[in-house]
Design a binder for this molecule. Structure first.
Ligand SMILES: [Zn+2]
Length: 306
């Protein structure tokens, strides 16, 4: 979920882990119409042999599932972004400048400067178990936890477990992880870890930052939030980022993927999955996509251990 101004003065965009949920397969219909993906992540897998053959082919080319997945998701992202640009034909220079600035911010950012984890002081925010876990996971992705601003909330009325946020302050990217202590710690340790990996993937992919850049561009050209949120491609871009965070978190290992799927099931027991969201695919859709990825991961594991 992308939300403006949740922290302070409307400068932050946040992506909710599992906030409001909906069913909306538009993004993948779009992708399928453009290019047949090699990984059938968004339609049910009918032929197990095709999964094994695909993984074999990839291994033979010296690639692995994580790489292949990332490449395909990036192609999909570019297609949706291109459609969004066509839907809002500002001057080519305006889009170019925005995307160049996004690239510059990313390149000059200090997110991936892994440093050893310092011992935390007792009684500080870093000593809270959910924060401790998040910090350990950040280090495992080569991210220095010192560059992450942790925000803790305790809101049982908020269905979200965690949010990732990025904004620009003094020409530099600021990163945030906001944890809802009324929800996250109530999940099993495995689900908590999977949800945190999902949020970390949003940071790694700079999802909140690209949303921030695009929304600023729209605002500059007098395009209202109502107008851009009413656009299929803008919503598709947001939903794509959710799938991408799920799948990239899950590709870590089968246990993470299964924990995320369990998290979706638990969420569906508590909240209505039929309410449409502008930002998130439904839990059912997310579950299906991760479930399909698991079939590929199993095929890869079998080939490696055979
Ligand atoms: Zn998310």
């Amino acid at each position: 979920m992308v939300i403006n101004g949740i922290f302070d003065n409307k400068i932050l965009l946040l992506l909710a882990g599992l906030g409001v949920l909906v069913s909306y397969p538009f993004v993948h219909q779009l992708f399928l119409a453009q290019k047949q993906p090699k990984l059938a992540l968004f339609k049910s897998i009918e032929n197990e042999d095709s999964v094994t053959n695909y993984v074999k082919e990839m291994n033979a080319q010296g690639s692995n599932l994580a790489q292949g997945l990332k490449e395909q998701l990036d192609i999909e992202f570019d297609i949706i972004l291109q459609r969004l640009k066509e839907a809002f034909p500002l001057t080519p220079q305006a889009w170019h400048d925005t995307l160049t600035e996004f690239k510059r911010l990313k390149e000059n950012d200090r997110l991936f400067l892994g440093k050893p984890l310092k011992a935390v002081k007792k009684g500080t925010k870093d000593d809270v178990p959910s924060v401790k876990k998040a910090r350990e996971l950040l280090v495992s992705y080569n991210i220095n936890p010192a560059v992450i601003n942790f925000e803790l909330i305790n809101d049982p009325n908020n269905a979200s477990y965690a949010f990732a946020g990025q904004c620009v302050l003094n020409g530099k990217v600021e990163h945030y992880l906001r944890l809802n202590l009324a929800q996250l710690p109530n999940q099993t340790p495995a689900i908590q870890e999977a949800l945190l990996r999902h949020e970390i993937m949003h940071l790694c992919n700079y999802d909140p930052l690209i949303c921030d850049c695009i929304e600023k561009l729209f605002a500059h050209h007098g395009i209202s939030a109502k107008e851009f949120w009413g656009n299929d491609y803008f919503r598709a871009l947001n939903k794509h980022m959710e799938y991408r965070a799920d799948l990239m978190a899950s590709v870590h290992d089968i246990a993470t993927a299964k924990a995320l799927m369990e998290g979706f099931q638990e969420h569906m027991k508590r909240y209505d999955d039929r309410v449409e969201s502008k930002t998130h695919p439904s839990c059912k859709q997310r579950y299906a996509a991760v479930d399909n990825l698991v079939q590929y991961m199993k095929a890869e594991k079998n080939l490696i251990t055979a």
